[in-house]
Design a protein around this ligand. Structure first.
Ligand code: PLP
Length: 417
């Protein structure tokens, strides 16, 4: 008799995107006259093609694979040196941050890293989770039994929730009790907020004080324009002793379909054995990666390397500027009808407060029915997201301009009962 992992039966956040899909389909079936007008600003997938530098690198790498002398089979599990060196030089050394290429583990994206990382943490760690939150952090902890049971309010009884509200600028206060594992994500999905150096320093000091580990998700790092905002947790003194950073090429290079990212685990980051001795997480992740993973495809790693070439950098800058202009246009439209809009300045998401009395699903339904625009209800990311909706700026300019025209319709945000 094979037993199932019962923890999977406790998952709930997974209902968000299927529920959105169900409502969109029901609406499209009921209103075939407007089905083709629907604009999807819900899921955060990119829309623009890969930068030309990546395409050239991919073609070249594919050609190399067709010739005996340059063919490559299994590569190093942690990633080729050419890519790890490019990452260390450009993302870290160039910003004055001390990260060795050996501390970088190339992967097939941040989502997998988020889940797989939990393999190297023992059971029973107390986990602190931002609210609202990227659902993958919660669900992967639920799957392992770290989250406890549903608490009846849409959360889990063993998680420590860190509310991110307009009052705290969507950067949470420190928890009252010590915790062992802390998830932070800046620029944030879904709120689009960024954290300042001082705010991150508080978190690093707190993590050091309770020997906790911060998992810092910087998937949207490329969207930071404010010069004072840190791009990496490792810009903060002490972070090498308490943090892991996750990065992705999905949103800067448009690699959502190509799949590549990386995790940074400093050799100075230690965890605890039950006998009180310390042990480096780096050694555990190396063992995990080399045992469970056989590396990212060679052409994909060459394409990622190309993002760091002078042409690649210029093309990424253009792509980011394109999406950020989309975000600015959406922000302008929504502000013009009196809504409070957060995010957008250093992010690809807008986090929008609806009129008072409106739940997130009320807003979702009204915007879908009246404007034929798909949003993401804020409450789907956690209880503190109630009353908000998220708009993604990843879309074509034509769709964004059309969405802006529709969003200024005065009936959309008239008071809800
Ligand atoms: N982290 C955050 C906060 C995200 O929003 C996403 C994707 O939307 C990811 C990680 C996943 O990135 P990847 O495509 O590298 O798996």
């Amino acid at each position: 008799m094979a037993f199932i992992n019962e923890n999977y039966l406790k998952l709930q956040a997974g209902y968000l995107f299927p529920e959105i899909a169900r409502r969109v389909k029901a609406f499209a079936d009921a209103r075939p006259d407007v089905a083709s007008r629907i604009i999807r600003c819900g899921i955060g997938d990119v829309t623009e093609p890969l930068p030309a530098a990546c395409i050239a690198a991919l073609h070249k790498a594919v050609d190399e694979m067709g010739v005996r002398e340059t063919f490559r089979g299994y590569g190093p599990e942690q990633g080729y040196d050419f890519l790890r060196n490019a990452i260390a030089d450009n993302d870290y050394k160039a910003r004055g941050v001390d990260i060795d290429p050996d501390e970088i583990f190339v992967s097939d994206g941040s989502k997998c890293d988020c889940g797989n990382l939990l393999d190297i943490f023992g059971p029973g760690n107390r986990v602190a989770m931002m609210d609202p939150v990227y659902p993958v952090y919660v669900d992967t902890n639920v799957m392992l039994g770290n989250a406890g049971d549903p608490d009846g309010k849409g959360g889990f009884d063993k998680l420590t929730y860190l509310p991110c509200t307009a009052e705290n600028g969507f950067v949470p206060e420190l928890p009252k009790e010590p915790v062992d594992l802390i998830y932070l994500c800046y620029p944030n999905n879904p709120t689009g907020a960024v954290a300042t150096r001082e705010q991150l320093q508080k978190w690093v000091d707190f993590a050091l004080s309770c020997h906790a580990v911060i998992v810092y998700d910087a998937a949207y790092e490329a969207f930071i324009s404010s010069p004072e905002i840190p791009h990496s947790i490792f810009e903060i003194p002490g972070a090498r002793e308490c943090a892991i950073e996750l990065r992705s090429f999905s949103k800067n290079g448009g690699f959502t379909g190509l799949r590549c990212g990386f995790a940074v685990i400093p050799k100075t980051l230690k965890g605890y054995r039950r006998n009180g001795e310390t042990y480096p997480f780096h050694a555990l992740w190396l063992r995990n990666h080399t045992t469970k993973f056989n590396g990212v495809a060679y052409p994909v790693q060459r394409a990622a390397e190309a993002l760091y070439s002078p042409e690649g950098k210029a093309q990424v800058k253009q792509l980011i500027a394109f999406y950020k202009e989309n975000a600015r246009l959406l922000k302008e439209a929504l502000s013009s009808v009196g809504l409070l809009v957060n995010g957008y300045a250093d992010a690809s998401y807008l986090w929008v407060r609806g009129p008072s009395g409106a739940t997130s699903w009320d807003l979702f339904d009204r915007i879908l029915q009246h404007a034929n625009i798909v949003t993401t209800p804020g409450s789907g990311f956690g209880a503190a997201g109630e009353g908000y909706f998220r708009l993604s700026a990843f879309n074509s300019r034509a769709n964004i301009e059309e969405a802006c025209r529709r969003l200024v319709d005065p009936v959309l945000f008239t008071p809800f009962k």
